[in-house]
Design a protein around this ligand. Structure first.
Ligand code: ZN
Length: 728
């Protein structure tokens, strides 16, 4: 390349760099500035240590509901009584109730949020009709009645997905109020274009449906010391904030359906056949493999007819923040016991024959594996059961029950992508029982608090897959579970993106460009890095467990997490939270220059001196032989002391640099000519003055062949082309 071209090229690169300088711009500040301005002032509700304070309170919402599913019309009916207890020190003039299904109302503004473009591909008549000739699907709530405990109508106003109930007199601290709501809505076909959603039914090829029903009843909003009423609208993406309470629910469905839900099945003997009941008793004793409660032959028989009779399933749940259920006559049902320290819980799955043989082999055993792994890093799973339901295109969590995608193709083919995608989603959604179902963070405000923590635990659970599946053979090129998220190198693509599509993790989820990478991948990876590279497993695991235990069955905020991790470990992590959670900085460290030196003998005023001399060409071993003469200089020394002296003969000055602003420990690996390796892990504090370079002088007793930083790709360094130096 001639000089002119070099100049033009470097000018071009400079101008690209100037536009894309991620280290400057609107988050330009010291990476070591403490978080005092970002975190709320500690108070009696939430302490400076990150624990709940002496005045901590939370509201209670208890539900009694009768639900009826009309399979012919696809309408669900509910008659619901909510008893709300005001444990706050505040007088409440009104209550806010969430009407999530209104997001699917015909006039919902959610439908106006998304751009549409001319689609010039050929389409079927059905698609054309659906898009341009049919009216919008109306899946919003139809409220039939809202009455107080005396049967008197209550005043209310609905603002999109939130309903304010105005009280005749304010609800005082410690007081309770009961009210009744009757409602119904049209159940959406969630796989149909324009309907979608986390809830609804899947229409199967044989005309049967798999119902996965959630966010299906008016639910109390959270009132607390942080938000007052958490009544941010549900726009379809950022999830839910819900208080804990009890659920006493009866669900009436066609009597040939198999149904399961959040909570304890209260009329097991009534709704199960004698044989099913006996099989369930066996399942509670089967720790190594699932027992079929409803087997494939029975499910296949059931799907061939339609019963006109109805059956009511009754559930009771305590200390849950939500309730969901799934129902279908197509369901195969299996279950196995899981031992967690001194208690047993039951892992279960519901799936149609179309999901086999994949589901009978993996689903329930994956549930069991997940409960063990998550319990190990947090607390023992406190509920008695956890259920994985097969529902295509879904990955959604509720207390004790979740919906998961992944089935073989019609001709029975299971790709690695389908199989490991299905296992990963089951781990993820079952894992959500811990965050946010039990450690009940505000999903509407902070997606990362459940998705990020959960993605971290999902990754560790995936990487420990062999513990429960010792015979598993992973796809070619993988020596462990092929995790999609969690490994630091997998977040590099996202963190290298143009700044205009990057937001800090601490951004409300509706305003994020790359939701999955921002709210799942990046915080999940941050915790992997924090555990493996910054804190070490011992300190991290204790602090993480402390956070989980302090906040289980409570409502934590980001500050409670950040503070607890520091409080329990004696590590100032403000730089870490700032860099990973409050900015869009990236990690890039490199080796700028390596200069070999040798030591020579010299004379100053007739006296012997030693002096380092730069050796900029290749290292000539002959030069180092001179070093042997140095031993003479030690001749006056006590031989015992002399014996222990090191004799480094190969010296190097290494200039490390940091083109990326995100601070990380510097991990250096030296490889020597004799094949040996030495690793030096510098703490993040080496960058304490926010310098752009860091220089170190080393003496070794053998020549260095290669220097690599972040050799195992632990830090999410976005450019590894500057990470290696090799001797010329
Ligand atoms: Zn999730």
């Amino acid at each position: 390349m001639n000089r002119i071209w070099c100049l033009i090229l470097s000018f071009l690169m400079l101008s690209v760099y100037a536009q894309e300088d991620k280290n400057k711009g609107h988050y330009d500040e010291s990476p070591f500035k403490q978080l005092k301005e970002e975190l709320p002032t500690p108070n009696m509700f939430r302490t400076a240590s990150g624990a709940p304070g002496p005045a901590y309170y939370q509201q209670q919402a208890d539900y009694k509901m009768s639900i009826r599913l009309d399979e012919e019309k696809d309408v669900i009916y509910g008659d619901e009584t909510i008893t709300y207890t005001n444990n706050s020190p505040d007088m409440l003039e009104y209550l806010w109730v969430q009407l999530d299904q209104n997001m699917r109302a015909a006039d919902s503004p959610t439908k106006m949020l998304y751009e549409s473009k001319a689609d010039t591909r050929p389409m079927t008549i059905e698609t054309y009709s659906k898009r341009y000739r049919e009216g919008a699907f109306d899946g919003g709530f139809k409220l039939e009645l809202l009455q107080d405990a005396n049967g008197k109508d209550m005043q209310f106003i609905i603002n999109q997905t939130m309903m304010r109930i105005d009280l005749e007199k304010p609800l005082a601290p410690t007081e309770k109020i009961s009210f009744r709501i009757k409602w119904n809505y049209n159940i959406n076909n969630y796989r149909k274009e324009g309907e979608g959603g986390r809830s609804g039914f899947e229409l199967m090829e044989d005309g049967n449906k798999i119902y996965v029903i959630a966010q299906f009843f008016p639910r109390m909003a959270v009132y607390n010391d942080v938000e007052g009423w958490q009544n941010m609208q549900f726009w379809g993406r950022s999830e839910f904030a819900l208080p804990f309470g009890t659920y006493d629910v009866s669900i009436t469905v066609p009597d040939d359906h198999v149904l399961n839900a959040t909570g304890k099945l209260m009329n097991e003997k009534e709704v199960l056949s004698n044989q099913q009941y006996q099989r369930m008793q066996q399942a509670w004793k089967s720790y190594d493999k699932p027992v079929m409660i409803v087997n494939e032959a029975e499910a296949t028989k059931a799907e061939k007819s339609r019963s006109k009779k109805m059956k009511t399933w009754k559930f009771f749940a305590d200390n849950v923040r939500d309730f969901a259920f799934s129902s279908s006559r197509k369901f195969i049902w299996d279950a196995m016991a899981v031992k967690l320290n001194d208690k047993d819980v039951i892992a279960m799955s519901l799936y149609p024959r179309e999901a086999n043989p994949l589901w009978e082999e993996y689903s329930t055993r994956t549930v069991a594996h997940t409960l063990k792994e998550y319990s190990n890093l947090t607390f023992d799973y406190p509920y008695h059961k956890a259920i994985s339901v097969s529902a295509e295109d879904q990955g959604m969590e509720y207390p004790m029950i979740c919906w998961n995608f992944g089935r073989p193709t019609k001709d029975g083919y299971v790709s690695d992508r389908t199989k490991y995608g299905m296992i990963a989603v089951i781990i993820h959604e079952i894992g959500h029982n811990f965050f946010p179902m039990i450690v009940n963070s505000d999903e509407r405000q902070w997606t990362w608090m459940d998705e990020g923590l959960n993605t971290f635990l999902q990754y560790t659970t995936e990487q420990n897959f062999k513990k429960s599946f010792p015979n598993e053979v992973f796809p070619e090129g993988f020596d462990s579970f092929p995790s999609r998220r969690g490994a630091p190198k997998d977040i590099v693509e996202y963190m290298s993106m143009p700044q205009k599509v990057l937001e800090p993790i601490m951004t409300q989820g509706d305003h994020v460009h790359n939701f999955g990478a921002n709210a799942y991948g990046k915080p999940g990876t941050a915790l992997v890095v924090l555990r493996n590279t910054v804190m070490g497993k011992k300190l991290f695991d204790h602090a993480f467990r402390t956070y989980a235990n302090r906040w289980k069955f409570k409502h934590p905020t980001p500050a409670d997490f950040f503070r607890t991790m520091e409080d329990a470990s004696a590590m100032d992590l403000d730089w870490f939270w700032r860099g990973w959670f409050y900015t869009t900085w990236y990690v890039d460290m490199g080796i700028e220059k390596v200069t070999p030196y040798y030591l020579q003998k010299t004379q100053v005023n007739g006296e012997n001196r030693l002096q380092f001399v730069e050796k900029s060409n290749e290292i000539d071993p002959a030069e180092f032989k001179k070093m042997k003469e140095l031993k003479q200089l030690d001749s006056k020394m006590d031989p015992k002391v002399r014996k222990d002296l090191k004799n480094p003969t190969y010296f190097y000055e290494v200039v490390y640099n940091r083109p990326g602003k995100l601070i990380m420990p510097l991990l250096v690996t030296f490889e020597f000519e004799d094949g040996t390796v030495k690793e030096v892990r510098y703490p993040y504090m080496m960058w304490r003055l926010n310098d752009e370079t860091f220089t170190k002088f080393y003496g070794f007793d053998k020549p260095v062949k290669k220097i690599t930083i972040d050799a195992k790709q632990e830090t999410a360094d976005i450019d590894i082309s500057n990470n290696v130096w090799t001797v010329m």
